[in-house]
Design a protein around this ligand. Sequence first.
Ligand code: X90
Length: 276
Amino acid sequence: MSFKIVSDSSSDVAALNQTAFASVPLMITAGARTFVDDGQLDVNEMITALKNHKGRSVTACPSPTAWLEAFGDAEEIVCFTITSALSGTYHSAQIARAEYIRLHPERRVLVVDSLSTGPEMELLIEKTEELHLAGRSFEEIQRELAQYQQSTRLIFSLQSLRNLANNGRVSPAMAALAGLLGIRVIGCASEKGELESLCRCRGERRTLDAMTTIIREKGYKGGKVRISYCCSEEAAGMLKEGLKEMYPQADIQAYAARGLCSFYAEEGGMIVGFET
Ligand code: X90
């Protein structure tokens, strides 16, 4: 059985070493320019262009056709989407799934609503690859993945919630929390897959300390951590080193977010997925 993992571009995963993988891009539009969040996108150039763009910028989820192309002709597909509470991406993948199964009734497609994004999706994707390489059946992967998803969490720290607010993804009241210079909002992906604010912090050191405390309060005990950042490599490195001091064996990786997460996390934003 040919097996494939497919994800929308918000997971920041571009390729896998040992398993067939496809990424389906979301789109970011600022005025006349549209940025497709694929391997060709120069994220830093996009950020500069967005900074110089005065009007509102918007995003769009992939079409069912884009998902179908990514499914290719795999016989078993596990597909991940950004939270259905904030994007039409999950719905679009479901439509693609129905069409794929109609065309090939013997094939299997599991569409997983991550109720999250970025690094938490990365963890789910890594887990899926691991289960597949360990020789698990499609049903076993489905079952174990559902369990694993209960044990992963996502938190974030944002300096600006402008793009989230402009696109109706958070309440104006929540966006206003980050309005002042130097103030960051720390929050998490709620159980429903929405942004939930946890606290406000001033200054980098305090923000990193608060994030570390929250990660541990939420049950982190030294498992995997994935950190994606937008123009905040140094802070992400400090968060990683801080956690490493407490858990020297922990598998922790930090990397620059791709287009969609960079657009919404904005400069200075950090998104952290971890195991509990
Ligand atoms: O369909 C679309 O146009 C995409 C809309 C996506 C909106 C939300 C993106 C959030 C990205 C922000 C910090 C992490 C939040 C986690 C929430 C569950 C990143």
